[in-house]
Design a protein around this ligand. Sequence first.
Ligand code: HEC
Length: 146
Amino acid sequence: MKKILYWVVGIVGIMQLIRPDFNNPKVDPSVALQSDPKVMNILKTSCYDCHSSETKYPWYYNVAPVSWVMANNISEGRKALDFSNWEKIDPSVKLERLKRGKQLVNDALMPKGEYLMMHKNALLNPKEKKILDDFFETELQKISVH
Ligand code: HEC
């Protein structure tokens, strides 16, 4: 029994040596999303940790395998949709992301469940969902009229 315990502790210990590089790229305010404070508050609380350069890193992000899961979420999340790079997103790509964003938020698929476990305040209530839905709709209109 003891032997197994030593192995587990050893392996978990070795896992800690593989450390993702958690760094936030610099935010350029001229290309970052600017919107109504109500919208910004919700996005910053529920989406920015994976979809912007303003990620906040709690201490447990340093513990593998949480660190690996979150490093993956952050890099894939920024690739899919980066609010810090908002003005630079190609309009046709933005259109798709906004449409998808509406669905994901209304179907409670974003923010991701694994994230909500440790970030209870990121869970969207119906009022917040509505505010985000209106935001996505307004942004969609901006693209369609151009
Ligand atoms: C824990 C990290 C995390 C949080 C928090 C999060 N997302 Fe995501 N999101 C991802 C990842 C990773 C992807 C890319 C892979 C995928 O689609 O699952 C993604 C993809 C997306 C996409 C693109 C999907 C597509 O198919 O093109 C949209 C839109 C999106 N997220 C919206 C949001 C919104 C809006 C919020 C906040 C309400 C949010 N996300 C919160 C991690 C996150």
